[in-house]
Design a protein around this ligand. Structure first.
Ligand SMILES: Cc1cc2nc3c(=O)[nH]c(=O)nc-3n(C[C@H](O)[C@H](O)[C@H](O)COP(=O)(O)O)c2cc1C
Length: 169
């Protein structure tokens, strides 16, 4: 798929079949994550991949996350500020990785939704607890994936009023 086409047709998918995400697909998505840009190329991230249904079930009670029960593969993107060269950029770096994952998943036919974690302290705590992540690492976003069981059409959102030429407004 062309990059622009992938960007313009990607939608959040929140319903999945029981078919597992293949190993090669998992690898492709994680490779895309780690190929993301990061400040000073510091790569201040870790990725906790979860395919155990019992562990996935532990994330279904966060409020509006019941659909995760259908997901067959989750990746929790975690920030690791200790790996930064210039402190403070880790959320942006992790966002780049997460967006790469969403686009890579879409490109290969895997449905994905980004579930907010950081800066929601309760979700951060739950993720730390479930995953056994150390305090020095910040669970940042949970990407739920699987083989799509719904079709969500593209949504064209270009808004000329948000573009400012040379100077505001
Ligand atoms: C930072 C961030 C946090 C999000 N958190 C959630 C979430 O907690 N639950 C959820 O169902 N979707 C979540 N989403 C998905 C958004 O709701 C979705 O991207 C938005 O509605 C636009 O729809 P689209 O992804 O289909 O284009 C999140 C997306 C982002 C980027």
């Amino acid at each position: 798929m062309e990059t622009i086409k992938a960007i313009m047709t990607r939608r959040s998918i929140r319903s999945w079949t029981t078919e597992p995400v293949a190993e090669t697909e998992r690898k492709t998505i994680l490779e895309a994550a780690m190929n993301a840009p990061s400040a000073a190329d510091a790569r201040p991230w870790h990725f906790v991949a979860v395919d155990d249904p019992g562990t996935i079930a532990k994330f279904t009670g966060m409020g509006g996350t019941e659909m995760l029960a259908e997901a067959t593969w989750l990746v929790v993107v975690c920030g690791d500020p200790s790996k930064e060269t210039y402190p403070g950029f880790w959320p942006q770096d992790c966002s780049c990785a997460a967006q790469n994952m969403q686009l890579a998943a879409h490109d290969i036919g895997i449905g994905c939704v980004w579930i907010a974690v950081h800066p929601l302290e309760e979700r951060v705590r739950l993720c730390r607890e479930v995953l056994g992540a150390p305090d020095a690492v910040v669970p940042f976003a949970l990407l739920a994936m699987g083989v799509p069981n719904e079709v969500v059409p593209p949504d064209y959102r270009y808004d000329a009023s948000r573009v400012h030429l040379n100077k505001w407004p």
